[in-house]
Design a protein around this ligand. Structure first.
Ligand SMILES: C[S@@+](CC[C@H](N)C(=O)[O-])C[C@H]1O[C@@H](n2cnc3c(N)ncnc32)[C@H](O)[C@@H]1O
Length: 284
Protein backbone atom coordinates (compact mmCIF):
# COMPACT_ATOMS: atom_id res chain seq x y z
CA UNK A 1 0.00 0.00 0.00
CA UNK A 2 2.77 2.46 0.94
CA UNK A 3 4.55 1.84 -2.37
CA UNK A 4 1.34 2.51 -4.33
CA UNK A 5 0.59 5.61 -2.26
CA UNK A 6 4.09 6.95 -2.86
CA UNK A 7 3.84 6.31 -6.61
CA UNK A 8 0.40 7.94 -6.86
CA UNK A 9 1.75 11.03 -5.11
CA UNK A 10 4.03 11.49 -8.14
CA UNK A 11 1.66 12.46 -10.95
CA UNK A 12 -1.86 11.82 -9.63
CA UNK A 13 -3.58 14.25 -7.24
CA UNK A 14 -6.13 13.67 -4.52
CA UNK A 15 -9.59 15.09 -5.24
CA UNK A 16 -12.74 15.23 -3.11
CA UNK A 17 -14.72 11.98 -3.24
CA UNK A 18 -17.80 13.85 -4.50
CA UNK A 19 -15.83 15.31 -7.45
CA UNK A 20 -14.59 11.87 -8.52
CA UNK A 21 -18.04 10.33 -8.04
CA UNK A 22 -19.60 13.07 -10.16
CA UNK A 23 -17.10 12.80 -13.03
CA UNK A 24 -17.50 9.02 -12.99
CA UNK A 25 -21.25 9.21 -13.58
CA UNK A 26 -22.06 12.64 -15.11
CA UNK A 27 -23.39 13.00 -18.70
CA UNK A 28 -20.75 12.58 -21.42
CA UNK A 29 -20.80 16.27 -22.43
CA UNK A 30 -20.04 17.34 -18.88
CA UNK A 31 -17.28 14.74 -18.60
CA UNK A 32 -15.70 15.96 -21.85
CA UNK A 33 -15.66 19.54 -20.60
CA UNK A 34 -13.77 18.42 -17.46
CA UNK A 35 -11.44 15.89 -19.13
CA UNK A 36 -9.65 18.22 -21.57
CA UNK A 37 -6.25 16.63 -22.24
CA UNK A 38 -3.21 18.91 -22.19
CA UNK A 39 -1.27 18.38 -25.48
CA UNK A 40 1.77 17.41 -23.36
CA UNK A 41 -0.25 14.90 -21.28
CA UNK A 42 2.09 11.90 -21.92
CA UNK A 43 4.90 13.70 -20.08
CA UNK A 44 2.68 14.02 -17.00
CA UNK A 45 0.75 10.78 -17.25
CA UNK A 46 3.51 8.23 -17.94
CA UNK A 47 5.40 8.47 -14.67
CA UNK A 48 5.75 6.46 -11.48
CA UNK A 49 1.99 6.34 -10.83
CA UNK A 50 1.22 4.86 -14.24
CA UNK A 51 4.10 2.36 -13.94
CA UNK A 52 2.91 1.23 -10.50
CA UNK A 53 -0.64 0.70 -11.73
CA UNK A 54 0.11 -0.91 -15.10
CA UNK A 55 1.55 -4.08 -13.59
CA UNK A 56 -1.21 -4.45 -11.00
CA UNK A 57 -4.21 -5.57 -13.04
CA UNK A 58 -4.91 -8.54 -15.28
CA UNK A 59 -4.51 -7.31 -18.88
CA UNK A 60 -1.88 -4.77 -17.75
CA UNK A 61 1.82 -5.24 -18.38
CA UNK A 62 1.95 -8.51 -16.43
CA UNK A 63 4.36 -11.37 -17.30
CA UNK A 64 1.42 -13.35 -18.73
CA UNK A 65 0.29 -10.60 -21.11
CA UNK A 66 3.90 -9.87 -22.12
CA UNK A 67 4.42 -13.56 -22.98
CA UNK A 68 1.20 -13.58 -25.00
CA UNK A 69 2.48 -10.52 -26.91
CA UNK A 70 5.86 -12.15 -27.53
CA UNK A 71 4.13 -15.23 -28.98
CA UNK A 72 2.12 -12.94 -31.29
CA UNK A 73 5.23 -11.00 -32.38
CA UNK A 74 7.18 -14.21 -33.11
CA UNK A 75 4.26 -15.58 -35.15
CA UNK A 76 3.99 -12.36 -37.18
CA UNK A 77 7.77 -12.19 -37.70
CA UNK A 78 7.81 -15.79 -38.92
CA UNK A 79 4.86 -15.19 -41.27
CA UNK A 80 6.13 -11.94 -42.81
CA UNK A 81 9.88 -11.50 -42.39
CA UNK A 82 13.19 -13.19 -43.11
CA UNK A 83 14.87 -14.89 -40.12
CA UNK A 84 16.42 -12.66 -37.43
CA UNK A 85 14.73 -9.32 -38.23
CA UNK A 86 16.15 -6.16 -36.68
CA UNK A 87 13.51 -4.80 -34.31
CA UNK A 88 12.65 -1.30 -33.08
CA UNK A 89 10.29 -1.17 -30.08
CA UNK A 90 8.76 2.32 -29.94
CA UNK A 91 7.67 3.27 -27.35
CA UNK A 92 9.29 0.53 -25.28
CA UNK A 93 8.20 1.68 -21.79
CA UNK A 94 10.16 -0.34 -19.24
CA UNK A 95 11.46 -2.68 -21.95
CA UNK A 96 9.31 -5.74 -21.27
CA UNK A 97 9.01 -6.69 -24.97
CA UNK A 98 12.43 -5.45 -26.08
CA UNK A 99 14.28 -7.37 -23.37
CA UNK A 100 12.31 -10.57 -23.96
CA UNK A 101 12.97 -10.39 -27.72
CA UNK A 102 16.67 -9.63 -27.19
CA UNK A 103 16.67 -12.71 -24.93
CA UNK A 104 15.40 -14.70 -27.93
CA UNK A 105 18.50 -13.59 -29.85
CA UNK A 106 17.02 -10.68 -31.85
CA UNK A 107 18.86 -7.40 -32.41
CA UNK A 108 16.51 -4.96 -30.63
CA UNK A 109 16.55 -1.26 -29.87
CA UNK A 110 13.96 0.31 -27.57
CA UNK A 111 13.05 4.01 -27.56
CA UNK A 112 10.85 5.91 -25.13
CA UNK A 113 10.20 9.42 -23.89
CA UNK A 114 10.59 8.63 -20.20
CA UNK A 115 14.15 8.41 -18.82
CA UNK A 116 12.88 6.63 -15.68
CA UNK A 117 11.32 3.84 -17.72
CA UNK A 118 14.53 3.53 -19.77
CA UNK A 119 16.56 3.17 -16.56
CA UNK A 120 14.37 0.21 -15.60
CA UNK A 121 14.65 -1.21 -19.12
CA UNK A 122 18.46 -0.91 -19.18
CA UNK A 123 18.82 -2.66 -15.81
CA UNK A 124 17.93 -5.91 -17.60
CA UNK A 125 20.81 -5.30 -20.01
CA UNK A 126 19.65 -7.38 -22.96
CA UNK A 127 18.43 -4.77 -25.51
CA UNK A 128 19.83 -1.34 -26.48
CA UNK A 129 17.91 1.77 -25.43
CA UNK A 130 17.76 5.51 -26.06
CA UNK A 131 15.44 8.38 -25.19
CA UNK A 132 13.44 9.67 -28.16
CA UNK A 133 10.14 11.14 -29.24
CA UNK A 134 8.24 8.92 -31.66
CA UNK A 135 7.83 11.84 -34.08
CA UNK A 136 11.60 12.06 -34.59
CA UNK A 137 13.46 8.75 -34.40
CA UNK A 138 17.26 8.72 -33.96
CA UNK A 139 17.44 5.69 -36.25
CA UNK A 140 18.99 5.51 -39.74
CA UNK A 141 16.68 5.32 -42.74
CA UNK A 142 15.88 1.78 -44.00
CA UNK A 143 17.63 0.00 -41.13
CA UNK A 144 14.78 -1.84 -39.35
CA UNK A 145 12.68 -4.89 -40.35
CA UNK A 146 10.01 -4.76 -37.65
CA UNK A 147 8.71 -1.69 -35.81
CA UNK A 148 6.73 -2.64 -32.71
CA UNK A 149 4.15 -0.29 -31.22
CA UNK A 150 2.59 -2.26 -28.38
CA UNK A 151 -0.32 -1.70 -25.99
CA UNK A 152 -2.27 1.35 -27.17
CA UNK A 153 0.89 3.35 -27.80
CA UNK A 154 -0.24 5.27 -30.88
CA UNK A 155 -2.81 8.05 -31.12
CA UNK A 156 -1.59 10.23 -28.25
CA UNK A 157 -1.26 13.47 -30.20
CA UNK A 158 -4.11 15.98 -30.31
CA UNK A 159 -2.75 17.42 -33.56
CA UNK A 160 -3.22 15.09 -36.56
CA UNK A 161 0.03 16.44 -38.07
CA UNK A 162 1.96 14.85 -35.19
CA UNK A 163 0.25 11.54 -35.86
CA UNK A 164 1.23 11.78 -39.53
CA UNK A 165 4.83 12.60 -38.56
CA UNK A 166 4.94 9.50 -36.33
CA UNK A 167 3.70 7.15 -39.06
CA UNK A 168 6.13 8.73 -41.56
CA UNK A 169 9.02 8.12 -39.17
CA UNK A 170 7.98 4.47 -38.72
CA UNK A 171 7.93 4.14 -42.52
CA UNK A 172 11.28 5.92 -42.98
CA UNK A 173 13.24 3.58 -40.72
CA UNK A 174 11.87 0.39 -42.36
CA UNK A 175 13.78 -1.62 -44.90
CA UNK A 176 11.86 -2.71 -48.04
CA UNK A 177 9.51 -5.53 -47.03
CA UNK A 178 9.55 -4.40 -43.40
CA UNK A 179 6.43 -4.05 -41.26
CA UNK A 180 5.00 -2.04 -38.40
CA UNK A 181 2.91 -3.93 -35.84
CA UNK A 182 0.48 -1.76 -33.87
CA UNK A 183 -1.21 -3.64 -31.03
CA UNK A 184 -4.20 -2.26 -29.12
CA UNK A 185 -6.63 -3.65 -26.59
CA UNK A 186 -9.36 -1.19 -27.45
CA UNK A 187 -11.91 -1.68 -30.20
CA UNK A 188 -11.76 1.64 -32.07
CA UNK A 189 -14.71 1.07 -34.46
CA UNK A 190 -16.90 0.01 -31.53
CA UNK A 191 -15.84 3.10 -29.57
CA UNK A 192 -16.56 5.33 -32.57
CA UNK A 193 -20.02 3.80 -32.84
CA UNK A 194 -20.69 4.19 -29.11
CA UNK A 195 -20.54 0.43 -28.38
CA UNK A 196 -17.32 0.53 -26.32
CA UNK A 197 -17.63 -0.06 -22.57
CA UNK A 198 -16.66 3.32 -21.17
CA UNK A 199 -16.36 2.44 -17.50
CA UNK A 200 -13.69 0.08 -16.22
CA UNK A 201 -13.28 -0.79 -12.54
CA UNK A 202 -10.44 -3.19 -11.71
CA UNK A 203 -8.71 -4.25 -8.49
CA UNK A 204 -5.04 -3.20 -8.30
CA UNK A 205 -4.13 -4.93 -5.01
CA UNK A 206 -4.16 -3.92 -1.34
CA UNK A 207 -7.89 -3.25 -1.53
CA UNK A 208 -7.33 -0.46 -4.10
CA UNK A 209 -9.52 -0.03 -7.19
CA UNK A 210 -8.56 1.59 -10.50
CA UNK A 211 -11.43 3.35 -12.28
CA UNK A 212 -11.17 4.44 -15.89
CA UNK A 213 -13.77 6.40 -17.86
CA UNK A 214 -13.33 6.87 -21.61
CA UNK A 215 -15.70 9.00 -23.68
CA UNK A 216 -15.51 9.46 -27.46
CA UNK A 217 -14.77 13.11 -28.27
CA UNK A 218 -15.88 13.77 -31.84
CA UNK A 219 -14.05 17.13 -31.95
CA UNK A 220 -10.72 15.53 -31.04
CA UNK A 221 -11.33 12.31 -33.00
CA UNK A 222 -10.61 10.01 -30.09
CA UNK A 223 -11.29 8.99 -26.52
CA UNK A 224 -10.96 11.53 -23.72
CA UNK A 225 -10.04 9.61 -20.59
CA UNK A 226 -9.80 10.09 -16.84
CA UNK A 227 -8.68 7.60 -14.23
CA UNK A 228 -8.93 7.40 -10.48
CA UNK A 229 -7.46 5.14 -7.83
CA UNK A 230 -9.63 4.49 -4.79
CA UNK A 231 -7.60 3.52 -1.73
CA UNK A 232 -9.40 2.39 1.44
CA UNK A 233 -9.91 5.27 3.87
CA UNK A 234 -8.50 7.98 1.55
CA UNK A 235 -9.80 10.52 -0.91
CA UNK A 236 -9.46 9.29 -4.53
CA UNK A 237 -6.33 9.95 -6.57
CA UNK A 238 -7.14 11.37 -10.03
CA UNK A 239 -4.69 11.01 -12.92
CA UNK A 240 -4.05 13.63 -15.65
CA UNK A 241 -6.63 13.58 -18.46
CA UNK A 242 -5.35 11.54 -21.40
CA UNK A 243 -6.30 10.95 -25.02
CA UNK A 244 -6.37 8.07 -27.49
CA UNK A 245 -7.05 8.76 -31.16
CA UNK A 246 -9.51 6.30 -32.72
CA UNK A 247 -8.90 4.88 -36.20
CA UNK A 248 -11.40 2.78 -38.08
CA UNK A 249 -10.30 0.69 -41.08
CA UNK A 250 -10.74 3.60 -43.50
CA UNK A 251 -8.58 5.89 -41.36
CA UNK A 252 -5.82 3.25 -41.12
CA UNK A 253 -5.89 2.79 -44.90
CA UNK A 254 -5.85 6.53 -45.57
CA UNK A 255 -3.14 7.42 -43.06
CA UNK A 256 -1.05 4.36 -43.90
CA UNK A 257 -1.03 5.29 -47.58
CA UNK A 258 -0.23 8.94 -46.80
CA UNK A 259 2.81 7.81 -44.77
CA UNK A 260 4.07 5.70 -47.68
CA UNK A 261 2.99 2.20 -46.67
CA UNK A 262 1.96 -0.10 -49.52
CA UNK A 263 -0.65 -2.11 -47.61
CA UNK A 264 -2.48 -2.17 -44.29
CA UNK A 265 -3.99 -5.33 -42.78
CA UNK A 266 -6.07 -5.39 -39.62
CA UNK A 267 -7.11 -8.32 -37.42
CA UNK A 268 -9.57 -7.82 -34.57
CA UNK A 269 -11.00 -10.17 -31.97
CA UNK A 270 -14.63 -10.91 -32.88
CA UNK A 271 -17.20 -8.45 -31.49
CA UNK A 272 -18.16 -9.18 -27.90
CA UNK A 273 -15.07 -11.30 -27.11
CA UNK A 274 -13.25 -10.02 -24.02
CA UNK A 275 -10.41 -9.13 -23.78
CA UNK A 276 -10.29 -7.36 -27.12
CA UNK A 277 -7.18 -7.19 -29.30
CA UNK A 278 -6.56 -5.27 -32.52
CA UNK A 279 -3.43 -6.04 -34.56
CA UNK A 280 -2.62 -3.60 -37.37
CA UNK A 281 0.15 -4.42 -39.84
CA UNK A 282 1.54 -1.60 -41.98
CA UNK A 283 3.66 -2.97 -44.82
CA UNK A 284 6.57 -0.96 -46.27
C1 LIG B 1 1.03 2.44 -22.70
S1 LIG B 1 2.76 2.64 -22.48
C2 LIG B 1 3.30 1.24 -23.40
C3 LIG B 1 4.76 0.94 -23.31
C4 LIG B 1 5.19 -0.38 -23.95
N1 LIG B 1 4.92 -0.40 -25.37
C5 LIG B 1 4.51 -1.54 -23.26
O1 LIG B 1 3.73 -2.24 -23.91
O2 LIG B 1 4.78 -1.75 -22.07
C6 LIG B 1 3.09 4.03 -23.54
C7 LIG B 1 4.51 4.54 -23.53
O3 LIG B 1 4.59 5.60 -24.48
C8 LIG B 1 5.62 6.49 -24.07
N2 LIG B 1 5.44 7.73 -24.85
C9 LIG B 1 4.42 8.59 -24.77
N3 LIG B 1 4.55 9.56 -25.68
C10 LIG B 1 5.68 9.32 -26.35
C11 LIG B 1 6.36 9.98 -27.42
N4 LIG B 1 5.89 11.11 -27.97
N5 LIG B 1 7.51 9.44 -27.87
C12 LIG B 1 8.02 8.32 -27.31
N6 LIG B 1 7.42 7.65 -26.30
C13 LIG B 1 6.27 8.15 -25.83
C14 LIG B 1 5.39 6.58 -22.59
O4 LIG B 1 6.52 7.09 -21.92
C15 LIG B 1 5.06 5.12 -22.23
O5 LIG B 1 6.21 4.43 -21.87
Amino acid sequence: MDALNEALDQGFRQVPTDTARHLWSCPDAEFLAAARPDPAWPRHYFGPAYAALASRFAGGDTPASTQRDIDTILRIATDHLAPRPRILDIPCGTGRHANALAGEGFDVIGLDLQPDYLRTARADGRAAYAAADMRDLPIPTASIDLVLNMWNSLGYFLDAADEAATLSEFRRVLRPGGIVLVQQDLDAPAALEGRWVQHMKVPVGDGALLLLRQVPDAALGGLACLSWVMLPGQEPFQGPAFFLRLRDDAAWAREGEAAGFTRVSIARTPAGVVPHETLVLLHA
